[in-house]
Each structure stands twice: as structure tokens, then as C-alpha cells.
Design a protein. Structure first.
Length: 201
């Protein structure tokens, strides 16, 4: 059975070869980046639990969470690859990003410390127009990797502006009061998941 499965995978790779998510070069089926593009994979190596910067600028003031973890720097070729997943329907890229998030998470935290994982919901208008929520897709794959149950507890109750178009000082105001919970989660250790981290939000 194992040989048959391996043979089937080989046939699939011949018909639909795995390509590098950055340059489209054909690569081995267990890889996502070619040897030339691995250099673009820059880990965040962040230190501060609040602002996530290498040099803390917040002193953990005004934060209601205990830790903030990000996997890869959103810049250059890797950010372009992520845009292919987020905006152009390259869903197969999700495994690469969810695996990287899992790798960094397991280095810093223990999944057994969390009762549930919830993702930041997208806008109703975007879903109605055929869009999808990349944070939800990655959250489910990530949760499966670390064996933490996913909850749809968060709901969006207020329309917001696009975060990345706002100045840093306006981003927190933009999302204030925009989300609510479907049920009480007091006393729970919650792992909140979003696809892109904005520093000092």
C-alpha cells in the first residue's frame, strides 16, 4: 500500500509538478522554495512580547495579551508570494505559511496551554462578493498542526477601513469596537490568530 501511494504521488508530481512559490521553478514535491529562493525566507526573531520589535518601544503598556508571535518578515519576495495566496487564489501556498507559523510557535509556546484558537473574521461584504478570509484558512491548518480546537467565537460588528492604508496611530482606533464575541470565553486561554501582524497595534 505504501509503495502504491508513493507511486501515485510520483505520477501526480509528473503531471502537476510542485513549483517554487517565489520564482515558479520546478522543485521537489516536499519543498515550497527552490535553493535560490530560500535566502528570501527571513524569520522575525522578535523579542518584545508587546510590540514584537527587537528593541521594545512599548514597555508592554496597554496590551491585553501575554505574547505576540510572528513567523516571517512580511517583505520582499516572501510578501509577494503571500499576496498570491491572499489575493490571487493560490490556496496551495497556505501549507507553507501555516507550517512556518507552527515552527516558530512550537519554539516559544506550548499548545497545551490554550483552550481554543480563534481567528480574526473578515468583512461580510468581502465574503458576499466571493472573497475569502486568509486568516481563517491559515488558522484551521495551524490549529490542526498544534491540535488546538478552532472557535468561530469572534464576529465583526462594525465596518472598518483597510488597516495597511492607515498610519500606525490610527490602526488601533480603526478596530476599536469592531469585534464582539458570540459567547462568553472568560477564564479561557485564547490563541488569537491573524495572518499579518501590525507592530504596536
Amino acid at each position: 500500500m505504501r509503495k502504491l501511494k508513493k507511486f501515485a504521488q510520483h505520477i501526480v508530481h509528473l503531471l502537476y509538478p510542485r513549483k517554487c512559490i517565489v520564482c515558479d521553478k520546478i522543485i521537489k514535491p516536499d519543498k515550497f522554495l527552490c535553493e535560490d529562493c530560500v535566502k528570501f525566507e527571513i524569520y522575525t526573531n522578535k523579542k518584545c512580547r508587546g510590540c514584537s520589535g527587537k528593541k521594545c518601544s512599548c514597555n508592554l503598556k496597554d496590551y491585553v495579551y501575554d505574547d505576540c508571535i510572528a513567523a516571517l518578515v512580511y517583505d520582499g519576495e516572501i510578501s509577494e508570494a503571500y499576496k498570491k495566496f491572499k489575493f490571487r487564489g493560490q490556496f496551495s501556498f497556505s501549507k507553507y505559511f501555516s507550517d512556518k507559523i507552527t515552527e516558530i510557535f512550537l519554539e516559544k509556546l506550548n499548545p497545551e496551554d490554550f483552550d481554543l484558537l480563534c481567528f480574526v473574521p473578515g468583512s461580510h461584504a468581502k465574503r458576499k462578493n466571493g472573497g475569502y478570509n486568509p486568516a481563517k484558512i491559515l488558522a484551521y491548518e495551524f490549529a490542526r498542526n498544534i491540535n488546538v480546537p478552532v472557535s468561530n467565537v469572534l464576529k465583526k460588528v462594525k465596518k472598518t477601513k483597510v488597516q495597511h492604508k492607515l498610519k500606525m496611530k490610527d490602526r488601533r482606533l480603526n478596530v476599536r469596537g469592531a469585534y464582539s464575541t458570540r459567547y462568553k470565553i472568560e477564564g479561557k486561554n485564547v490563541l488569537l490568530f491573524d495572518d499579518i501582524e501590525f507592530d504596536r497595534l
